[in-house]
Every structure is written in C-alpha cells, then in structure tokens.
Write a protein that binds this ligand. Sequence first.
Ligand SMILES: *Cc1c(COP(=O)(O)O)cnc(C)c1O
Ligand SMILES: [Zn+2]
Length: 382
Amino acid sequence: MPPVRCYDCGRSFPLAERKRCECGEPLWFGIGAFRWPAGRDPGMWRYADLLPAETPTGIAAAAGGTPLVRTPSLDVDGVRLFCKDEGRNPTGSFKDRGSAVALAYALEHGIGRVGTVSHGNMAMSTAATAAGTGIDCTVCVPADIPEERLSHIARYGPDIVRVEGDYGRLYEVSLDVEGIEFVNSDTPLRVAGQRTVAFEICEAFSPEVPDAIVLPVSSGGHLSAIWKALLELRAADLLDVPPRLYACQASACDPIVRAFEAGEREVSAITGGETIAYSIANADPPSGNRALAALRDTDGGAVSVSDEETRTAQHRLAREGGFRVEASSAVAHAGFERLVERGEIRPGERVVTILTGSGFKERDEVAVNARTVVLSDLRDSI
Ligand SMILES: *Cc1c(COP(=O)(O)O)cnc(C)c1O
Ligand SMILES: [Zn+2]
C-alpha cells in the first residue's frame, strides 16, 4: 500500500497510522504514474489500476461511470454546458465513489467495521456499500438530525449513533476511534475514489479538455479529489492547461468563498446559518485550505448564491433540463449562471457542472397545477 502524503508540506505516513498530517492538513495518496486505462471493469473501476483496492463485487462495483450530458437547453450566453449526473450512482450521489474504494479496501484488509460522520448522503452511501460488501457499519449523526433523513440511512441497517456535542470536533475525534475504519468526507480512501469523476470527465473530452468544472463544495473533499486527478494528468503530460475549478457555496454558509475573496491561504471557521442546501453547510471545512489551493492552482474561483437563486436553478434544471437534483447540486448551476454573468466564464467555453446528488430522495414541494376531466370528454378537453 503506498503511503499517504501531505499536499502542503510533503510529509508522508503509512495510511494506517494517520489520516491527517502533523501540520494539520489532510493527506492523500501520492501522485502516481497515470495512463489512460484499457480495462473493461464497470463504472469507476475502469480506473482500477489507479485505485488502492482491487475491483470488488456487489454494489461497490456499480459506482461511477455516470452520464456526461451535453445540455444545450441550459446553455447561457453561448457557454456550452455539460452536466455530469452524479445522481445516477447507486445511492444517488458521488459519495458512492469514495465508499466503493473504502469498502473494497476494507474487504481486502480484513477490516470488519467502517464508520462515517454524516447526516445525509455519505451516511447512506457508506451504509449501503457496507451492506453490499458484508462489512459492518457505524454512522455517527448529530443528535438533532430530522427523523426523515435518519430513516433514509436506517434503511440499510447500520449501527446509528446520535452524538451530542460539536459536529466539527466529532469529525476529528472519530478518526482516532480504534477498531473502526472511519471514512469521512476527505479521508485518503474517499479522495482516491472520488477523483475518478475527473478522470471520466477528462477522458470524455480527451485529447481536449473542458475550460472549467463547477461544483458545490462543503468539506472540500470532492474538490480536492478533482484537483488531485488533474495534477496526475498534468504530471503525465496529458493536460497542458487544466480546467479551471470553481467552488460554489450557499451564501448562508460560505467559509471557502469568503477566504478566497479575501485572498487568504487559510479558511477560518464561521458561524453558518440555515440553508436549503444542507448537504453543503460545513462551517469549518476540514479540507478548506486544500480547496483554496485547488482554486488558486487552476486559476479558478469561488461564488456563493442565495437560497432563492438555488431554488430557481433547481426549478430550471428540472423544467429546462429534465434533471431532478437536490438543492446542494442546484447550487452549482446557480453558481455557473452567476459566473457567466460576472464574465469569469466566457462565451464559447465548454463547462462541466457536477450535479452531485439526486433529488429523488427528498420530498418535493412544487405547486401542483392539474385539471380533472371526464374520460368521455377527454378528446375535446385536453
Ligand atoms: C457531500 C456533498 C457535497 C459536498 O462535498 P464535499 O466533499 O463535502 O465538499 C455536495 N453535494 C452533495 C449532494 C453532497 O452529498
Ligand atoms: Zn503537512
């Protein structure tokens, strides 16, 4: 097993020893040799040679390989949009890519129980993938989690622990729990799996590249993973100019956007407010600094949007694109529209937005406008 390295200070450690560097920054597997794969494994396991686990069976094998949809109906001002539909993963979000690698790794290394700290998609994804792999799973949720969200997680039968106390601290404390392999949002195994989305996007455009990739950001784990994939492609001389990476957040909880706009190198924790985009409301993101480095390195940017803009974007994605996404993903589309308006994304460019999660698991609140007609009058009345 290759060691894990710090992107910032370069120190490396065995994976089993640490998940964060002595300097406090998150770790990832080192930048290895990259080649486009010839393999025929399904979905993300097409890149099995680049992953720290063998191709598994069961639900873990079904992650990734999601559609990249060219969507002219959602283009803005001559910018050509492509939507990467991560809602098509087994539990409806990109988290399945990280869970797949984590569980495949656990199986290979005789780890009997995995854990995660999440109140949403990552909990569902980890529990489902563990179930399909025959490995036990512990999910730590905040004590005040809504019942409805808890039942989506409970469906897969994990051990659920409601934790009272600071949710940000819980992330750190969990990594030191003995006997459970915690795979939180930006841990090395999860980042290794999540980076396959960028391989898929770049391979679809190869030998060209999209001009920009726009995504919603919370912990910064997903953005870090995409950056890592781009660094690997660059190191292999397969990318001259990487796509610019843009982070989108809800204005009620946007610590990464604030730090980027202030030109900081470090993200400071904020007191976040309520937002409909609850999947991305991390006020103290563990990979915030690494996310900032990704934005700077790719000459990208950051943008926050209001819940109102998110609702409009969610509506537009459904009515003009046919995508049913959760609010957090709509933040990326709202951010995309804003970036075009600000001139940071220009006419003629090709842009990929990552629709990170499906909306099918949420109750819908759209106003229904339906008429009733009598069958015998149908022909004349519709
Ligand atoms: C987890 C999640 C995000 C944010 O990803 P991070 O890696 O925490 O930045 C965005 N959208 C959806 C749907 C998610 O589940
Ligand atoms: Zn370090």
